[in-house]
Design a protein around this ligand. Structure first.
Ligand code: CA
Length: 527
């Protein structure tokens, strides 16, 4: 009897040791490192104990960079391990994900993993390669969201971040426990318009947040591409963004709670509406309250997932990864939103816990990227990599065995223009210290060189400084090398404005014509 029991136990131990690890991938939308306490932003905007726990028990990646800083394209990069020009998803305006191409979930599913994705998807075609999916349509709503569960419409009451948390735990509980699994828990938060959970309104006790040093960036000496933007706290933020207007989809009870917090504060604002710099300062404070409350709700739901793994004896054999589709500007350069190759939107959080593989409390400043995630997931799952991927597995970095030929530079290319934020298309190269950027169309042809060591705020262009002439030459050559490596068929720097557009160039959406053309509607469909 005892012998049988021991034999059974021994078998169970062997079986679990042989089982490839589960992966819980917590993916956020527009979550930036400045809002995660373990990244140590000097403003100390928010405490995120649960995200910090992943770093404390695992590894913090200090330079996880994106290749095209915008929602849908980043998601397509993750599915395929390829740059936008190769996976065909360039922008949020008119791209549709071609789900017939090779993707990592298809491979993992075939190898026996149960694959699930819950929350924001935003690839405009249905998920393929998943046993279970329950996703928000398009951008999704913050309150009482409709969702699509395996092709069927469903409706929920409550706050979307919490609902995604609930559905994540529910699926993990009901899954086939004989198989390894990958759960992609994909939050909508803290995307614009940063609508907080009602339970957290006023969580900060009307704290006055420190402003970033570049809140009033003059953009002097920079390309017109930088100054002529449409993503300023001063010129672009709408009444809906700053909660002077109530969101449309709250129920009566929710409206009461919402109004109890915002109405008295909005009345005070209307008594003496600030102007100029004071308006920017007021909006910045409101923005921080709302954005950070959204992040706090994500953090709480990260905590629920970690607790579930603990309680169900899953923590040991589950890799937990937390990341975001890009970073975000929290007032730096006077901006909200993303898109730019500048550090706040280029850099995205990446925290990974893998007990027994990653040494707790470690960090790395090696350049890794969302382009590496597909190869990484497949490596963890002991599956063959996808053909022709542009990224590579970061598992060796997790093991502190960085390959000698690990990348020293990364190629970047952003395309979406002119709507919604008038950020001109640009490509460039990023190294530990420098960035060389080319704004190439439609009305600019400007190069900029950033030196993060001399100018960590990224407010100066060194490209015309004779002392940097060799560096510019070297980095131009590096851009060409990287473009050849990933087979991007545009030919910069030979490409200049006025030349024929390159073959696979995405076309901007048609602009409205006639009266009121170009006018922005509050809460209009955007990024
Ligand atoms: Ca995003």
């Amino acid at each position: 009897m005892i012998r049988t029991l021991l034999a059974t136990l021994a078998f169970a131990v062997t079986a679990s040791a042989a089982q490839p690890p589960n992966i819980v991938f917590i993916f956020c939308d527009d979550l930036t490192t400045q809002a995660i306490s373990c990244y140590g932003d000097k403003r100390k905007l928010l405490e995120t104990p649960n995200m910090d726990r992943i770093a404390k028990e695992g590894m913090r990646f200090d330079r996880c960079l994106v290749t095209n800083s915008i929602c849908g394209p980043s998601r397509a990069v993750i599915q395929t391990g390829k740059y936008s020009h190769a996976n065909g998803f360039y922008n949020n305006s008119n791209s549709k994900f071609d789900s017939s191409q090779p993707t990592f979930p298809k491979v993992m599913q075939k190898s026996g993993y149960q694959m699930a994705v819950i929350g924001k998807w935003h690839l405009m075609t249905d998920p393929v390669g998943y046993d279970h999916w329950n996703v928000l349509p398009g951008q999704g709503a913050y309150y009482n969201p409709p969702m699509t569960e395996n092709g069927k419409e469903v409706k929920y009451e409550g706050y979307t971040t919490d609902i995604i948390g609930d559905l994540t735990l529910k699926w993990m509980d009901q899954r086939d426990k004989t198989k390894p699994f990958m759960m992609m828990c994909q939050h909508k938060a803290p995307h614009r318009e940063w609508e907080p959970p009602l339970r957290l309104l006023g969580f900060d006790n009307d704290r006055v947040y420190e402003e970033p040093e570049t809140l009033f960036d003059s953009y002097s000496g920079r390309s017109k591409a930088v100054s002529d933007h449409d993503m300023g706290i001063d010129r672009t933020m709408t009444d809906r963004d700053v909660k002077l207007v109530i969101p449309g989809n709250l129920n009566e009870e929710q409206k009461k709670t919402w109004s109890a917090y915002y109405d008295p504060r909005n009345a005070k604002y209307r008594e003496a509406v600030p102007a100029g710099r004071d308006l920017v300062k007021w909006r910045y404070q409101r923005y921080m309250h709302d954005y950070l409350a959204c992040v706090k709700a994500v953090d709480e739901n990260v905590g629920r997932v970690l607790e579930y793994l603990d309680k169900n004896d899953l923590a040991k054999n589950t890799v937990v990864m937390l990341s975001s589709d890009q970073g975000f500007f929290l007032g730096e350069h006077g901006w909200f939103d993303k898109r730019w190759i500048f550090e706040e939107s280029l850099r995205t959080p990446l925290l990974v816990r893998w007990p027994g593989v990653i040494k707790p409390g470690t960090s790395t400043s090696r350049i890794v990227s969302l382009i590496d995630f597909a190869s990484t997931f497949l490596d963890i799952a002991k599956c063959e990599n996808l053909p022709d991927v542009h990224g590579r597995s970061i598992v060796p970095l997790m093991k502190d065995e960085t390959p000698a030929d690990w990348r020293k530079s990364l190629y970047y290319h952003y395309y979406e223009f002119p709507v919604p934020h008038r950020v001109r298309p640009h490509y460039g190269v990023i190294t530990d210290r420098y960035k060389l950027i080319h704004y190439y169309k439609p009305d600019v042809d400007d190069w900029e060189l950033l030196d993060r060591e001399k100018d960590p705020l990224e407010v100066k262009d060194f490209s015309n400084d004779p002392a940097y002439a060799d560096k510019v030459k070297e980095l131009k050559a590096e851009i060409l090398r990287l473009q050849a490596e990933v087979k991007e068929t545009m030919p910069p720097p030979r490409f200049t404005h006025g030349n024929k557009p390159f073959d696979n160039e995405p076309q901007p959406p048609e602009q409205p014509k006639g009266k009121g053309a170009g006018k922005k509607k509050a809460g209009a469909k955007q990024e």
